[in-house]
Ligand binder design. Structure first.
Ligand SMILES: Nc1ncnc2c1ncn2[C@@H]1O[C@H](COP(=O)(O)OP(=O)(O)OP(=O)(O)O)[C@@H](O)[C@H]1O
Length: 440
């Protein structure tokens, strides 16, 4: 368990983090993020139309030698109308109380990019933040252009304030379930022993469900629920109480819905497993006493009970209106909006608080008026009108994010995306947005 989440220790008195490697400090690695960002630019090409990147990087190369902190070396600026480019995220960054944000929606709509962008926004607003991907198909590493696959919290490079990221390995979470279900001296052990005595058939007869199948195929959503429960365990500890924003990049819609129904499913299935274990263990004790063997204590039932309890906590977290908000991410297409509407209905049914809808990849008005763009914009407009009429979605606060013509990777790009977010309230739909990343 400890190996699975090798979390760096935190000195709460100084609010600084003891990092696993001395050179991973948040303020020292902006050039790496920038270098990584720049590595995606085509050679000898003026960068993309939406980003103008200053090529004056002399200070970047000198810093590793001088070891001066990189604080404020880079700024991402909205060149067009910065005053109006107020991020729709601002409201979410307000307040000092700890908040959990779960971002979810249809596959590929930009959940990870928005979760990463939101986390950067929180950190830049002074919130020590943790962003966790619980989506079994991770892309948070790609989004931050950093390797986050090590099963430990990694400081995100290029920020002044603490932002830590983590991708949770679903295979390890599943393994944890198998271990808890089978347990030392549990059904597996019992079956092996009884097999060795030629009594394996008895185990089959005692089983009132296909135990093997259940153990080998954990219920859908369990890996993600376990991941969330893990994060809850450590962030609830004293050591982590400085973190005031926890952002979850969750798996696509279907998975989320299964996750929400999981605690009830587990109540039923764990109940069955426990019943079966009881039958097996009393049969085994009787057989062992006949053969004069000592019965080994079985702690797997306690583990299963614990698992059930942890899943219950995840269920409660999702429904906690005080501290939690589920943010639906969508794109302006009829299909995505229809799915978001269904997702909202299901979340409401499950009493999960939803206040906001992020509409990502909205075509900016500045995009050239080629036939394709004009058609696309018309199409998007139709989809956005659909939101206004949709009984599930019309009541949500709408945050729009522009479609950008660069791949969103690394902190500067994610910050740029944050500046591009606009609140629909008081805004005319479609605003040109141009950002410049400057090395000062
Ligand atoms: N506003 C945007 N403009 C341009 N590209 C974007 C935008 N948002 C996301 N993308 C790109 O779309 C792709 C998918 O984004 P992302 O991984 O964030 O989606 P996702 O919903 O998390 O996907 P999955 O469901 O596979 O986890 C990425 O290549 C990302 O860079």
């Amino acid at each position: 368990m400890a190996a699975l989440y090798n979390i760096p220790s935190i000195s709460s008195s100084t609010h600084s983090l003891s990092l696993p490697h001395h050179n991973q400090g948040c303020t020292k690695t902006a050039p790496m993020a920038m270098a990584s960002f720049l590595s995606h630019l085509p050679k000898n090409q003026t960068p993309f139309s939406l980003l103008k990147i200053s090529r004056t990087f002399t200070s970047i190369s000198s810093n590793p030698t001088t070891r001066k902190p990189y604080r404020n070396l880079f700024q991402v600026r909205a060149v067009a109308a910065p005053a109006e480019a107020v991020a729709g995220f601002d409201e979410m960054a307000a307040g000092t109380q700890r908040k959990y944000y779960m971002l979810g929606g249809k596959g590929g709509v930009g959940k990870t990019s928005c979760a990463a962008s939101l986390a950067v926004k929180f950190a830049n607003s002074g919130h020590p933040t943790i962003v966790v991907s619980t989506d079994p198909a991770h892309s948070l590493s790609d989004s931050f252009a950093q390797d986050l696959t090590g099963g430990m919290l990694v400081p995100v490079q290029g920020l002044d304030n603490p932002l830590f990221a983590l991708e949770i390995n679903p295979e390890k979470a599943r393994e944890e379930f198998r271990t808890a279900s089978q347990g030392g001296g549990g059904s597996g052990g019992v079956k092996d022993m009884m097999d060795s005595m030629g009594l394996g058939m008895l185990v089959e007869q005692l089983g009132d469900l296909k135990l093997g199948e259940l153990l080998d195929t954990p219920p859908p959503g369990l890996d993600e629920a376990l991941a969330i429960s893990k994060v809850m365990q450590f962030v609830e500890s004293q050591e982590y109480n400085m973190f005031t924003r926890i952002v979850f990049d969750t798996a696509p819609t279907g998975h989320t819905l299964r996750l929400l129904s999981l605690p009830d499913f587990l109540d039923a299935s764990i109940g069955k497993i426990l019943k079966l274990k009881q039958k097996l263990s009393s049969a085994t004790s009787a057989i062992k006493s006949v053969f004069g063997k000592e019965a080994k204590p079985d702690d797997s039932s306690a583990k299963l009970e614990k698992l059930k309890e942890r899943m219950g906590k995840v269920r409660d977290l999702f429904r906690d209106t005080e501290s939690t908000e589920f943010v639906i991410v969508t794109i302006p297409t009829v299909m995505a909006i229809s799915e978001s509407s269904r997702l909202h209905a299901s979340l409401e049914k499950e009493n999960v608080p939803v206040k906001r809808l992020i509409v990502n990849q909205v075509l900016p008005a500045s995009a050239s008026d080629c036939k394709f763009c004009a058609m696309k914009r018309k199409d998007q407009k139709r989809a956005l009108d659909m939101i206004e009429k949709d009984p599930e979605l019309s009541g949500l606060r709408l945050v729009q994010a522009p479609l950008v013509d660069v791949e969103i990777r690394g902190v500067p790009a994610l910050t740029f995306m944050d500046h591009g977010f606009q609140d629909k309230i008081g805004e005319k739909f479609h605003r040109p947005f141009i950002a410049a990343v400057h090395a000062i």
